[in-house]
Design a binder for this molecule. Structure first.
Ligand code: UDP
Length: 332
C-alpha cells in the first residue's frame, strides 16, 4: 500500500517515512525543501514541490491511499512576529493540499497537530477533552486545519487522525537522520551544543516559574515513538474508518534543569548555561494525558528522556564528524 509523506524531508516526516517503510508500506515523499533537506529523503521517491501547487501534487496523490501531512511551519515566536507566513502555509496552502487529496480520491489523512491547540490549559496532564483555545498564531493555524478535517470528514467521507504532539525530540537510532533546524531554537539540540566544546551556553528562559525548580516543564517524546503512532493511526483509520484526535506524549514531564542534567549524564560534559528572561508565550507546564492513544491505538511511548538525549547526541556527533570530513577534503 502506498502512502504520501508530505514534508518527508523534514525532521518528523523523515522519521515517519522510514518507520512506514520498515512496516512494509510503499512511501512517496513530497517536500518543497524550504526547511527540509534532500539527504533526509535519501533512498525515497522524492517529488520536490509546494503544497500550494495542485498540478505538481495531483499525479503523486493519485498513486496513494493515504496522506500524512508534516509540511508546516512550527515556531511559536516566529508565528507571533510573522502570522501571515503561518496562515499562508499552515492554513491556505494546507487547504489546497487537502482539496487536492479529496479530488484525487485519497481516503485517509493523518495530520501533525500539536498540543499548542490547547493554549494554556487549566490543568495538567492535558487530555483531549481540554478546550482548544490556542494562544498564538501557530496553534490557531493548526486548530483551523483540525476544524477543516472534521468538516471534510463529515461532508465528504475522507477520514482523518489529528495527532497532537507534545515536544518531539531525539533521533533515529541509526544516526542517519535527526533534528536539523536553521536556526535551531529547541532545547535539546541547544543543550547538547552547550555541552560540546566551543558551544554557546544554554539560555534558560526563566527560572521563576511555579514549578519545583522554577524552570518550565515539558513532555519530551521520542520522534520514533511519534512515527510509530502514525503507523498505528493509519492502521486504525483503515480498519474501522472512524476519525479521531489523540495526544501523543509520554505522560511524564521534565524541567529544563532536568533535561540539562540528562544531557550532562549522556555526554559526560558540563553544559554551560545562563538564566535569561522568560520566553513570551511559554506556559509553565505541558504534559500529556496519553491514555486515549493507548486505548484507541494500543500505543505507548517506549523510549525515555535518556534514550531521547542519547540518540540526539549520537546524531549530533555524526553531523560533527561529517562536517570535519568535508572540511578536510581538498578544495578545487
Ligand atoms: N528553552 C530554554 N532555552 C532554550 C530553548 C528552550 O530554556 O534555548 C525552554 C523553553 O522555554 C521551553 C522548553 O525549553 O520551556 C522547550 O522549548 P522548545 O523550544 O524546545 O520547545 P517548545 O516547547 O517551544 O515547542
Amino acid at each position: 500500500m502506498a502512502i504520501l509523506v508530505v514534508g518527508g524531508a523534514g525532521y518528523i516526516g523523515s522519521h515517519a517515512a522510514r518507520v512506514l517503510r520498515r512496516h512494509g508500506y510503499e512511501v512517496f515523499i513530497y517536500d518543497n525543501l524550504s526547511t527540509g533537506y534532500r539527504f533526509l529523503a535519501d533512498g525515497f521517491d522524492l517529488v520536490v514541490g509546494d503544497i500550494a501547487d495542485s498540478d505538481r501534487l495531483a499525479p503523486v496523490m493519485r498513486r496513494v491511499e493515504a496522506v500524512m501531512h508534516f509540511a508546516a511551519f512550527a515556531y511559536v515566536g516566529e508565528s507571533v512576529e510573522n502570522p501571515r507566513k503561518y496562515f499562508q502555509n499552515n492554513v491556505n496552502a494546507a487547504l489546497n493540499l487537502l482539496n487536492t487529496a479529496q479530488e484525487c480520491g485519497v481516503r485517509h489523512f493523518v495530520f501533525s497537530s500539536t498540543c499548542a491547540v490547547y493554549g494554556v490549559p487549566a490543568k495538567v496532564p492535558i487530555d483531549e477533552a481540554t478546550p482548544r483555545e490556542p494562544v498564538n498564531p501557530y496553534g490557531a493555524s493548526k486548530l483551523f486545519f483540525e476544524y477543516a478535517l472534521e468538516a471534510y470528514s463529515r461532508a465528504y467521507g475522507m477520514n482523518y487522525a489529528s495527532l497532537r504532539y507534545f515536544n518531539a525530540a531525539g533521533a533515529d537510532e541509526s544516526g542517519d537522520i535527526g533534528e536539523l533546524h536553521n536556526p535551531e531554537t529547541h532545547l535539546i539540540p541547544l543543550a547538547l551544543a552547550a555541552a560540546t566544546e566551543g558551544g554557546l551556553p544554554l539560555r534558560i528562559f526563566g527560572n521563576d516559574y511555579p514549578t519545583p525548580d522554577g524552570t518550565c516543564i515539558r513532555d519530551y517524546i521520542h520522534v520514533n515513538d511519534l512515527a510509530e503512532a502514525h503507523v498505528l493511526a493509519l492502521k486504525k483509520l483503515m480498519a474501522d474508518g472512524d476519525s479521531f484526535a489523540v495526544n501523543l506524549g509520554t505522560g511524564t514531564g521534565y524541567s529544563v534543569r532536568e533535561v540539562m542534567m540528562a544531557v550532562e549524564q549522556v555526554t559526560g560534559n558540563k553544559a554551560a548555561y545562563e538564566v535569561a528572561p522568560r520566553r513570551a508565550g511559554d506556559p509553565p507546564a505541558l504534559v500529556a494525558d496519553a491514555s486515549r492513544a493507548r486505548d484507541l491505538l494500543g500505543w505507548k511511548a517506549t523510549r525515555n528522556l535518556q534514550n531521547i538525549v542519547a540518540t540526539a547526541w549520537n546524531w549530533k556527533q555524526r553531523q560533527i564528524a561529517k562536517q570535519a570530513e568535508a572540511a578536510a577534503l581538498p578544495k578545487n
